[in-house]
Design a protein around this ligand. Structure first.
Ligand code: SF4
Ligand code: SF4
Length: 360
């Protein structure tokens, strides 16, 4: 049985070898059955980290997915020697990862938002199921632009209470989504996160939606002051935007990682070993694009795209049983992981000419 110190070392080793792949189930995804299925499939596929909503019920579902995968792996897949790391995600008010959409009285009932939702959270009677809403904003984009029929509320959680419960349920790491401009409130929340897990790895997820490059680097310095060597930065290109599987969608994720590498890690010794996870628009091409442009990374976190490629198989998979759907889903997930962390043979993911033209 590994101790928590061993587990932190294991996590740090994955990061320092650039071999960490995290499936993001969604900070707002409170569908326990889906989380269990996703973590089952991705554990079998070789995924070594999961990011789930900060809810003890969801952490338990994630633990069950992992446990079941370990059991079946001994029979039909490669045995799993290390359990994936479970991270729970929380967020600042205003951050897209922790908002829930709702439909206002301005709605003209055109139904255009229904097919745009990646999680099927919008019912035919135009109710939004909160436990399924991940705050992506697709419904708002689909809504006729001038009517403001979609609005958002913060998915509030009492962190001082809920985080220790998540840790008891099996969470080993905490992530704060801090893509908001206010430093003071972010620091307050960050200190709560640091106190809730005094010896584990802590991640801060940042994007440039509200922050300049200078502000971004200052925010990282602030986070490091309190978390020290336990800090991981999740560099979020465009939050929750990985629905397309092309190079352009993943460009901003590489770009923000590049800024942190050049302006902080290379310039300040203190940050030389700071782990950077690339996220936000990540897909099948992310690792290859980063390698192509020589942007180092410690790991890759994928949500929307990773969930999308196995979605069609979920209804046919029965946990603990082997069937064709399970093999298809595990193969698709494994290809995504291998492609990102190691690249594939035959250079199939070489950027195409139009991408290269973009950089000329
Ligand atoms: S489209 Fe995105 S923001 Fe809108 S209801 Fe669905 S998950 Fe929520
Ligand atoms: S797209 Fe906008 S106006 Fe149309 S049904 Fe959805 S919320 Fe209502």
């Amino acid at each position: 049985m590994k101790t928590s110190v061993d587990r932190v070392s294991y996590y740090q080793e994955l990061l320092s070898n650039s071999s960490y792949f995290k499936l993001v189930c969604g900070a707002g995804n409170e569908d326990a059955n889906e989380v269990k299925q996703l973590t089952y499939i991705y554990t079998l596929a070789g995924c070594n980290g999961f990011d789930v909503s900060a809810s003890p019920r969801i952490v338990t579902a994630c633990m069950e997915g992992i446990d079941n995968a370990i059991k079946i792996s001994n029979r039909i897949f490669s045995p799993i020697t290390n359990r994936p790391i479970i991270t729970v995600s929380v967020g600042m008010p205003g951050d897209h990862h922790v908002r829930k959409a709702f439909i206002t009285d301005s709605c003209i009932k055109c139904n255009l938002c229904i097919p745009s939702c990646p999680t099927d959270a919008i019912t035919n009677s135009l109710d939004i199921l909160e436990n399924l809403c991940i705050g992506c904003g697709n419904c708002e984009s689909a809504c006729p632009s001038s009517i403001n029929a979609i609005n958002y509320k913060h998915d509030f959680k009492e962190l001082k209470q809920v985080l220790p419960q998540c840790v008891l349920a099996g969470a080993e790491s905490i992530e704060l989504h801090a893509g908001v401009p206010n430093d003071e409130t972010t620091l307050e929340e960050w200190l709560t996160v640091c106190d809730s897990l005094p010896h584990g790895m802590l991640s801060m997820c940042l994007d440039r939606y509200h922050m300049s490059n200078v502000h971004l680097l200052e925010r990282i310095q602030m986070a490091h002051k309190y978390a020290g060597e336990r800090l991981i930065i999740q560099a979020d290109g465009i939050p929750i935007s990985g629905s397309k599987n092309d190079f352009n969608s993943t460009l901003q994720a590489i770009s923000i990682a590049d800024i942190i590498n050049k302006e902080l890690k290379l310039k300040d010794r203190k940050f030389r070993k700071l782990p950077i996870l690339i996220s936000g628009g990540t897909n099948m091409h992310t690792g290859n694009l980063a390698r192509q442009f020589k942007v180092p990374f410690s790991g890759i976190a994928i949500g929307t795209h990773a969930r999308k490629i196995v979605k069609e198989h979920l209804s046919s998979i029965v946990i603990g049983e082997e069937n064709v759907a399970l093999h298809h889903a595990v193969n698709a997930a494994n290809e995504l992981i291998e492609n990102n962390l190691r690249g594939i043979k035959n250079n199939q993911n070489k950027p195409n000419n139009s991408l290269l033209e973009l950089f000329e």
